[in-house]
Design a binder for this molecule. Structure first.
Ligand code: ZN
Length: 159
């Protein structure tokens, strides 16, 4: 009988430990099958967000766009960037010197013989672009080079 109690205690402790190991982002993570993404996204959005493609420079809608508001993920609506971190990099893609804290994740990308840091949405892991160290020196020095097709602008409501 005592043994049984010990086993019971151990299994309760064990199941609590396992539960605690679950990442806190689990509740908010957006997981979809490739077929679901294909149905939801446009062809270009799918190519960039899910296949890590890149839109041609100066062809997106946001490289020359400087209104007040925020930019959310085109895949899942996660808040990614605010307009006050956007700057004119003249590179043909929307550029930000900072992402909203916790909104993106980073991954080393060695494709095309280059070593770059890929930036992805932290919720749906959609590909956004890359971050480079040649951003404005007076702020963060970073340039989040982002595909227009990966993001959607949401204007700040006028009061
Ligand atoms: Zn997303």
């Amino acid at each position: 009988m005592r043994n049984l109690a010990v086993i019971l205690v151990i299994s309760i402790v064990y199941s609590c430990t396992v539960q605690n190991k679950k990442p806190t982002t689990m509740n908010t993570a957006v997981k979809k099958t490739e077929a679901e993404w294909k149905a939801q996204l446009s062809e270009m959005e799918y190519e960039v967000l899910r296949n890590k493609g890149t839109e041609r420079p100066f062809t997106g809608v946001y490289h020359d766009h400087f209104e007040t508001g925020k930019y959310v993920c085109a895949g899942c609506g996660n808040d990614l960037f605010t307009s006050d971190t956007k700057f004119d990099s003249h590179c043909g893609w929307p550029s930000f010197d900072e992402a909203i804290k916790g909104s993106v994740i980073y991954k080393k990308d060695t494709s095309y013989g280059m070593e770059r840091i890929e930036v992805m949405c932290a919720k749906c892991e959609g590909h956004l672009g890359h971050v480079f160290e040649d951003g404005p020196a007076e702020t963060t020095g970073q340039r989040y080079c982002t595909n227009s097709v990966s993001i959607k602008f949401v204007p700040t409501a006028k009061k």
